[in-house]
Design a protein around this ligand. Structure first.
Ligand SMILES: [Zn+2]
Length: 456
């Protein structure tokens, strides 16, 4: 297989990364992923990120197929290199007649992703054990919490399935934990396919409510962990909330999508750029059919399709000193989803003047950072980076598609905690994410008394 000129442009943010390159992109385009999800809502973020990466074939085992045909159409519009279909009765768009009994005769370079709440995964257990073993990623979710474990060995996989069956605990999943898990599963899938990074045997436990991430060898605490989750009724708070997202690209796409699914009633989407082919390896709210459209309008189009009741205001303009205060003052929270330092400084300084909390994130290759800034209470962006040369932080260095997905969903979780007043935020903290190690590190930081914005 030789990549076409269009594909070289489409995947250039991957190809520029030495660990991926053209050979890696070809392997991804040649891979097959079997996905097991409860319904279309839980499949959607995973299908978007797998397709954006350039996964060749996605077979979906869905308990509830309502809305799936429409999702499949969106996925193919996001990346027509990807074929997506039901695992049984492959009949959606492409002819898979060359594949017989695919669960017993897996194609080379195939992986399995199982994503859902405990009950869903327990019900699948017998079937999963019965099929031929291939590398498998399992993520169990509840409201704000989730786990992730990757199995390259059948013995360990059986142990987990057996331990799930031994317990009677039930739980239900919610959108944000599912979305974060989706991006983490997609990353693990790339690492398996390209044989890069460190696939740990440990189970990752994450808790978006308390912002805690731990990896342990034992999964013995799984039930207790998921059982003690915080589920609160904050729908009425979110319905009235107003969030401005500055940038609707790699970070803004998942942030806006996460807030839409969580029930935030009013979004502002600010972006001056138009959709380009090379955005589509990670900016999952856009698509081939919307290349050339303003990114704010393209994002609005898809979000309105997902939730027709959401109010969206689009701003097709550059953020400047002259318009920032007027726009920001209409919103409760700002999400900084931008790719350059001067705009970050402008967002920081405007939020400080208006006393407006905001969620900040950045990505580079396999890594991401996130922090939450509550002016006058905690640190600000300039406390961290008083004076940065932006040249080595540019997206031109490439980024693995689902990495901004991870960070954007974390920003959405932070915004929801700011709006509701619940949970522990990344105030006076910075989260560092290393996807090759699947490591989340949270570091305490202090306000800088010499800070040009918030210092004395
Ligand atoms: Zn400061």
């Amino acid at each position: 297989m030789v990549l076409t000129k269009e594909q070289l442009n489409h995947y250039k943010r991957h190809i520029i990364i030495p660990e991926i390159g053209q050979e890696g992109q070809k392997k991804l385009l040649d891979s097959t992923v079997f996905v097991y999800c409860e319904n279309t809502d839980s499949l959607r973020p995973l299908a978007y990120y797998l397709a954006a990466l350039g996964t060749g074939r996605i077979f979906c085992d869905l308990k509830d197929r309502r809305g799936a045909d429409s999702l499949f159409a969106e996925v193919i519009d996001l990346n027509n290199d990807t074929a997506i279909d039901y695992l049984h009765e492959n009949n959606y768009a492409k002819d898979f007649s060359e594949i017989h009994d695919i669960e017993k005769n897996r194609p080379q370079n195939s992986y399995r992703i199982v994503l859902g709440n405990l009950n869903f995964i327990k019900r699948l257990a017998a079937k999963l054990l019965n099929d031929e073993f291939i590398p498998t990623i399992i993520s169990v979710n509840s409201q704000w919490k989730g786990t992730l474990q990757t199995f390259q060995n059948e013995e360990m996989f059986k142990n987990l399935i057996d331990s799930l069956n031994a317990e009677n605990t039930e739980n239900s999943s919610a959108f944000l934990a599912n979305a974060l898990s989706s991006t983490l599963c997609a990353i693990e899938c790339v690492k398996l396919c390209l044989n890069i990074g460190n696939i740990k045997k440990d189970m990752l436990f994450f808790d978006l409510f308390n912002m805690e991430f731990n990896q342990t060898e034992s999964n013995a605490n799984l039930f207790k962990f998921l059982d003690e989750d915080n589920s609160m009724d904050i729908k009425h708070i979110l319905a009235d909330a107003k969030v401005l997202i500055v940038g609707t690209g790699g970070l803004g796409s998942p942030a806006a999508y996460g807030l839409t699914m969580a029930g935030v009633g009013n979004l502002g989407l600010l972006d001056f750029d138009k959709v380009e082919e090379s955005n589509l390896n990670r900016q999952v709210l856009h698509s081939f059919s919307r290349i050339g459209m303003s990114k704010s309008k393209s994002a609005e189009f898809l979000l309105k399709k997902i939730n027709p009741n959401i109010n969206i205001e689009t701003y097709i303009t550059e953020l400047t000193k002259n318009n920032a205060e007027k726009m920001f003052s209409k919103y409760d929270v700002v999400i900084a989803a931008v790719d350059n330092i001067p705009t970050r400084y402008l967002i920081n300084d405007t939020c400080f003047i208006l006393n407006k909390p905001y969620a900040e994130a950045g990505v580079l290759r396999f890594d991401g950072t996130a922090t939450t800034i509550i002016p006058h209470e905690g640190h600000c962006y300039r406390c961290l980076y008083p004076n940065v040369n932006s040249s080595n932080l540019s997206v031109d260095n490439g980024v693995l598609g689902p990495v901004p997905g991870v960070m954007g969903f974390i920003q959405a979780a932070e915004a929801i905690k700011i709006l509701s007043g619940f949970g522990k935020k990344l105030k006076n903290k910075i989260l560092l994410f290393d996807s090759l190690e699947m490591d989340f590190n949270i570091i305490d930081i202090d306000r800088n008394p010499q800070c040009p914005t918030c210092g004395k």
